[in-house]
Write a protein that binds this ligand. Sequence first.
Ligand code: NAD
Length: 466
Amino acid sequence: MNNLIEIAQKQRAYSKVLAKKPLEYRLQKLQNLREALKGEWQHKLAQAMKADFNKGEVEVRLTEILPTLDNIKILRSNLKKWIRPTKVKTPIMLLGSTSYTEVQPKGNVLIISPWNYPIFLTLQPLTNAIAAGNTVIMKPSEHTPETSRVMAELIRSIFSEEEAYVALGGVELAKELLDIRFDHIFFTGSTAVGQIVMTAASKHLTSVTLELGGKSPTIVDNSANAYAAGQRIAWAKFTNAGQICIAPDHVYVHNSKLEDFKKGVVETIQRFYGEHPMKSDDFVQIVNTNHWERLSSMLGESIKEKGELIIGGNASRELRKIEPTVIVDPPKQGALMREEIFGPILPVFTFNELDQPLDEISNREHPLVVYIYSHNKKNIRRIQNNTRAGATAVNMSLIQVANNYLPFGGVGHSGMGRTNGESGFLEFSNTRAVYYQWGLPVNKVLSAPYTQKKLRIVQFIIDKLL
Ligand code: NAD
């Protein structure tokens, strides 16, 4: 702990030095990280993830390294433009002045990340924080110890301790870090821990970004290509064994489309993972025994409840896997609908009228994403207008996150603040307003004593200019 306080103090002091360094310095640091991720560290990180939860190398490169590099590319190409002061308009009554905004680093920031995409969810915010000129302490998850250890080595090879540092440890360490004063906390994880982070941040009035979870619903309406929807949703749900914050949590399918949808889902599971998915190397494990137990008891309970099991239903403690499972029309208040599933179990609810899923979605906490499969523009607009979420993807799932030009984040219980590309950079920056007086200031004209003439001027502005 003493060591951590010391590092945070050093970082705090160094953040003032860093803020004065030229743009080229930040670009070089991003370039160093880029080269490391394109070089030997790519394989080292993939090996670590294999050890942590049997994730295949292709998937690590595709879902962790590639999007981090893409974010670095966007930051490096645009940073010069983003840090330039931006002139804003001047209202006529402030004639004689110029106003602009300029972005400054927040200072010394803390990044706490989860285990499900441990590289991307630690290094992507890091790239945004570095681009914005901050010093950074990262606390990756204790549930991916090997990956966290390798990331710590990688960061040590590029940054001095006073600039960026990876703190290794679990909940106790996270709590200790939350006692320290930072200028911003960027937290990715569960809603429950998000509340703890926000409470801790309030002690120092530290700003927070909360990238949380939730139950992201999907609607497949009566105009959709339900077979294709089934294929895409199966891909999105069973990749990483459903351990993705924006995975479709549950699906509403129009009754007339159920058979096509089921066909698309079942064929996809079999094509991806064969007849015995738990034996497939491409189907990842559940991250640890605790999560496996949570999911297998959820599965056991839901199988006993009413509902049609159309595929899956088994779990293996030894392999730490849960079969890709799809259950049609389980109880709405049942085991699968109490909390975020975050695993390879997909409840599917049938409906006849769109009002039904819309009512249910709007009565729950706002999710990260509402997915829509439809070719009916009126329905798409209606779903958009009647729900709140961090994002919407139409006729596709999951892939919206790969567009680093789109802001990523939640609303209400699914989070606050945005990341990716420019929004990520701004999240770690303070946008400072600058007002520059070069002519006669307005207070000369409009200060006490308030004469009739001054009243007429004010009234003229109200009546004619506004
Ligand atoms: P988690 O909230 O349990 O842990 C996240 C981090 O917080 C870890 O580093 C952990 O050590 C730390 N932590 C845990 N308890 C803490 C406490 N009491 N005080 C301070 N820190 C604490 O989440 P997880 O299980 O690692 O990840 C799964 C959750 O994350 C899911 O809910 C998922 O939806 C969400 N998630 C969200 C996003 C997003 O971008 N919105 C991305 C990935 C995961």
